[in-house]
Design a protein around this ligand. Structure first.
Ligand code: MG
Length: 499
């Protein structure tokens, strides 16, 4: 058994990065204020958190593996061409109808596709009205991981292929088959084996990852790894990422005080799973006594929140957990454990780029919104005047005073023309607004627009990020740019009346 030694901390040679403005791609954004000085333990998920996958290589591997297996199982008419980037995270599958939907922060459907065909606003309104969609019911399945994104893209292409060939389908059955197939490919080790056979192809090495962990440790933090991946896969990936990065750390395990694999999140947060001590192929349940504690250098499997926090001996708000899965990592750890949470959003780089490119358009939209409000006020005033003139005209006509009638009619016509002019300006304002909004959406994603927003509101995914992630960022190594006692401050919340 490997017995890594606790490194003397802090390392005096580690310098805090010079105090400069941090580029937006390296920023950590705070939804809730968090003092890193209060955080004693920092835990990390592995897949898509520490380990950043090449999205196109992984999506393509998952999609081709699913098609091969479903074909072997006799599933007909597999699509020949699947665009793996068709779907984004945060979408919802309507299994019963075979639609893929994007919801706003109130869980109301705002965009939808059937196969690769866009559903019109009228079709969506007729099907869903304005009711809130309850994700997680038998009908609606949330695409909240990067793995599930490839399942959704395959589902859309398969529906399209079957319908083009005029085959009747049960979308719910098709989606369940894809889900079961995807789970099977991970559970039986097929996809993990293909990844470990070519780690360089599937996983992007982050040159600053080791220094980030080193800096956190030198700042007095204790680190743990809590991953759903099993030990052999975890070891292969972590060894590739950290195995020989810094001479102070003979193996990747030296970066972590506790390693838990096969954690089975979110059940880890919800059920009393037993904690297993794992050593090579041998496994034995940990008998928990008052004196039991985690042993540095040992690896564990399973476990549960209650035993875990008791063995750490710190309150939940002194633990920061960093993961990529909004439900399994972030929502559950926040709700069940009051842990501080950090969401890794690999899509954030693209979102920031699109946002930056859209700044002049966003400014123009704000101007158009102010202009629209002024025009609407102006329209209301002149409509009222026109109605007044119309009433006055009827009254003076009754008096048969031709001169007076003519004068009022002139005024009335003037008001009418003003109303028409303002209406015209409003129409061109709305048309320009629509064009700019479409242009902005295209910059984010050609089909679904921004990940975190829907129109001027948060998307349902954005709302979850805002509600459950204390902080969010694009990669773990962005922690390198901050002090281990950084105070992350959330922007002040403003209500509409305070603007
Ligand atoms: Mg993950």
């Amino acid at each position: 058994m490997l017995k890594p030694e606790q490194l003397a901390l802090p390392f005096p040679e580690i310098q805090t990065a010079p105090r400069t403005i941090i580029a937006r791609v390296h920023r950590i954004f705070a939804n809730q204020s968090m003092k890193m000085g209060d955080v004693e333990w920092i835990g990390f998920d592995m897949d898509h958190t520490i380990a950043m996958y090449d999205p196109s290589a992984l999506d393509s591997l998952c999609i081709h593996s699913m098609i091969d297996r479903l074909r072997q199982q006799g599933f007909p008419h597999a699509p020949t061409n699947v665009d793996p980037s068709f779907c984004i995270r945060g979408l919802v599958i309507d299994k019963r109808l075979g639609h893929i939907l994007k919801l706003d922060r109130y869980r109301v459907v705002r965009k939808g596709f059937h196969g690769l065909r866009e559903l019109s606003p009228d079709q969506l309104a007729k099907t869903y009205e304005a009711r809130r969609i309850r994700v997680g019911t038998p009908q609606f399945f949330g695409i909240d991981t990067l793995y599930a994104r490839s399942e959704a893209s395959l589902f859309a292409a398969w529906i399209q292929s079957l319908e083009q060939q005029r085959h009747s389908i049960d979308p719910s059955h098709l989606f369940d088959q894809i889900r079961t197939c995807a789970d099977g490919l991970f559970r039986d080790g097929t996809i993990p084996r293909l990844i470990t056979d070519d780690l360089r192809r599937f996983i992007r090495k982050d040159p600053q990852l080791a220094s980030t962990f080193h800096k956190l440790r030198s700042g007095g933090k204790k680190l743990f790894l809590l991953t759903n991946s099993p030990w052999p896969f975890t070891h292969a990936v972590m060894d590739y990422l950290l195995g020989s990065e810094m001479p102070e750390y003979p193996t990747w395990r030296h970066y972590f005080d506790i390693v838990i694999t096969s954690a089975n999140k979110p059940q880890f947060f919800l059920e009393r799973q037993p904690l297993i001590e794992q050593d090579g192929d041998s496994k034995r349940p940990v008998v928990l006594r008052a004196s039991t504690s985690f042993e540095r250098g040992k690896s564990y499997e399973g476990g549960n929140l209650s035993d875990f926090t008791r063995l750490l001996g710190v309150p939940g708000d002194r633990i920061l957990y960093v993961g990529d899965h909004i439900y399994g990592d972030i929502l559950r750890s926040k709700k069940e454990a009051s842990w501080r949470t950090g969401l890794v959003l690999h899509e954030l780089d693209d979102e920031l780029r699109a946002h930056e490119a859209s700044l002049p358009d966003i400014q123009r939209l704000q101007d158009l919104t102010s202009q629209r409000e002024e025009l609407e006020d102006e329209l209301r005033v002149h409509q009222t005047l026109f109605k007044d003139q119309s009433r006055q005209l009827e009254s003076v006509r009754a008096t048969r005073d031709i001169a007076m009638t003519s004068a009022v009619e002139v005024q009335r016509q003037l008001e009418k023309r003003t109303v028409e002019r303002v209406r015209g300006l409003l129409q061109s304002n709305e048309s320009e607004t629509r064009d700019i909004e479409a242009r902005i959406e295209q910059r984010f994603h050609p089909t679904w627009g921004p990940l975190l927003k829907e129109g001027t509101e948060l998307s349902s995914f954005g709302q979850q990020v805002e509600a459950y992630a204390c902080v969010y960022t694009s990669r773990v190594s962005n922690l390198l740019f901050y002090s281990p006692i950084q105070h992350f401050r959330s922007p002040r919340d403003l209500m509409p009346h305070e603007f």
